[in-house]
Design a protein around this ligand. Structure first.
Ligand code: PMP
Length: 479
């Protein structure tokens, strides 16, 4: 068969790059790829156990329900479901959103809601509305890896505030705001994922929630609360969202159907005060005119059945078992210097390894063993931070896969530990990171986690002067 005359070249050559480089907008120079998106391409191979994606388990959604609802849409509302819709979204979709938010004690005004193409677009539109190049955005350290490319593409100056097991350290946030104040600067927004954070799995305590809302009100500061996981709680007591505590004056809310129903339908939302919403709507018009009308119909049909909450509860139950399995496997297969969080909900565990391990390098080795995770660096804007941490997803794989995946990662970690000790043996390793005074064989592949593993420590990687064995900073009275 003859080749088509104008085949696109698979790779741009250096001549091509030169030709286009002069045309690129300045912002493309600071644009970053989302680590997860890159990884999704690699981990699409069926033999790879991916603990990298942020995938909910959609296999549990009843196929018969899906088929029945799509059939009803085809029979009863095909014309509307195949047509453009209002930029703000259908009123019926907003009713469903208000119901979801009501389940966490929030009562938004219908007019303050816009239906977006996933929560991701909501974050993008909020930044498009508020951020000029050089503006300051404050977020958690680590932060949602998918938010980093958004902040970068709007050329924000991003300041990250450390998290511990109670979420963002509000005392540190306060100090950052004070410093900025002295410099005559004011952040445009504070971005937070307060419940079962992606990537760290930690949850902002009630006291800190109150303090954050107080700070927002007293400083007239906008807080963006991104809450995809709040309803996926499988332990502990529910906490009020920031939006509920604030009443919607200074908290802009971002929600999504991705984790409680399906990410494939690409439906999320933002809730914002009217003047901000007006601009967000304009931004969305320019971006994609409207959110998929077909999937908005699907959500309406699905919610009309009245079983959405039971389905969310079943997901939480499933994820609880998978979290337990992952924690048990970490205890068994990770070295004693490793620490990790033990979330009471959501989909992620954040594990931190000895400082001499670079999880970016480790990933290349892990992929050779057909297992993947997200390297910690993707949760930081500043280069070098999070180098020895990783995000592990427990919602998207079955328990057997989780066990095997963690075993494989544990093996590559053990190899790195051995290599490190072999290289530093006899070189006076004191003062260097790792485990001086311990021989490689002291770090078995199968180890029980020591009591200090798990929650109860700062998530910030230790500095080089902080001793040899990965230390756990004591929790201070941080409020
Ligand atoms: N925010 C957070 C914290 C997330 O974890 C995700 C998805 N992983 C999103 C936003 C975006 O999700 P979606 O666009 O599918 O709603």
């Amino acid at each position: 068969m003859e080749e088509p005359p104008h085949r696109r070249r698979a790779h741009a050559g250096s001549r091509d790059l030169q030709r286009y480089a002069g045309l690129f907008a300045e912002r493309t120079g600071v644009m970053r790829s989302s680590a997860m998106r890159d990884l999704m391409a690699i981990t699409a191979r069926p033999e790879v156990i991916s603990l990298a994606g942020g995938l909910p388990d959609t296999s549990t959604f009843p196929a018969a329900t899906f088929a029945a609802q799509m059939t009803r849409i085809a029979q009863e509302s095909a014309a509307e479901a195949l047509q453009y819709g209002p930029t703000e979204g259908f009123a019926a979709t907003v009713d469903c959103i208000v119901e979801v938010m009501g389940a966490e004690g929030m009562l938004p005004d219908h007019d303050d809601v816009i239906v977006t193409t996933g929560g991701q677009q909501a974050i993008d539109l909020i930044c498009k509305t508020l951020i000029d190049p050089g503006d300051v955005v404050v977020c958690e350290a680590p932060t949602y890896p998918g938010a980093v490319p958004v902040f970068c593409s709007y050329q924000a100056e991003t300041i990250q505030v450390d998290c511990d097991e109670d979420g963002m350290r509000i005392d540190e946030l306060d100090a950052v705001l004070e410093r900025l104040d002295r410099e005559g600067r004011r952040p445009k927004l504070v971005y937070s994922v307060p419940s079962f954070q992606n990537p760290a799995g930690v949850t902002l305590s009630l006291e800190r929630r109150r303090r954050l809302v107080e700070l927002a009100r007293s400083r007239e500061l906008l807080v963006v609360e991104d809450n995809p996981y709040g309803l996926l709680r499988f332990g502990g007591e529910p906490l009020p969202p920031l939006y509920q505590l604030d009443g919607g004056d200074f908290v802009i809310y971002v929600g999504t159907f991705s984790k409680i129903l399906s990410p494939g339908i690409r439906l999320g939302w933002a809730v914002a005060p009217p003047p901000v919403m007006e601009k967000i709507v304009l931004g969305k018009q320019a971006s994609d005119l409207c959110t998929s009308t077909l999937t908005q119909h699907f959500v309406r049909e699905y919610f009309a059945e009245g079983r959405w909450q039971a389905y969310v509860d079943s997901l939480a139950e499933l994820y609880r078992g998978r979290r337990d399995t992952m924690v048990e496997a970490l205890r068994r297969h990770f070295p004693p210097q490793a620490t990790w969080t033990e979330p009471e909900g959501g989909m992620f565990i954040w594990a931190t390894l000895p400082e001499f391990i670079d999880t970016g390098d480790l990933l290349a080795k892990a992929l050779r063993e057909d297992v993947a995770f997200v390297p910690g660096q993707s949760a930081y804007v500043e280069d070098g931070r999070g180098r020895n941490s990783m995000r592990l997803n427990f919602s998207g794989s079955g328990e057997e896969e989780i066990r095997e995946g963690i075993r494989r990662i544990g093996n590559v970690v053990a190899e790195q530990v051995e290599l490190y000790h072999a290289l530093t043996a006899g070189k006076g390793a004191e003062g260097s990171p790792g485990t001086p005074g311990r021989e490689a064989e002291d770090v078995p592949v199968d180890v029980k986690a020591k009591p200090s593993s798990g929650p109860g420590h700062d998530l910030t990687p230790p500095g080089p002067d902080e001793g040899a064995v990965l230390p756990f900073r004591k929790k201070e009275n941080t409020g």
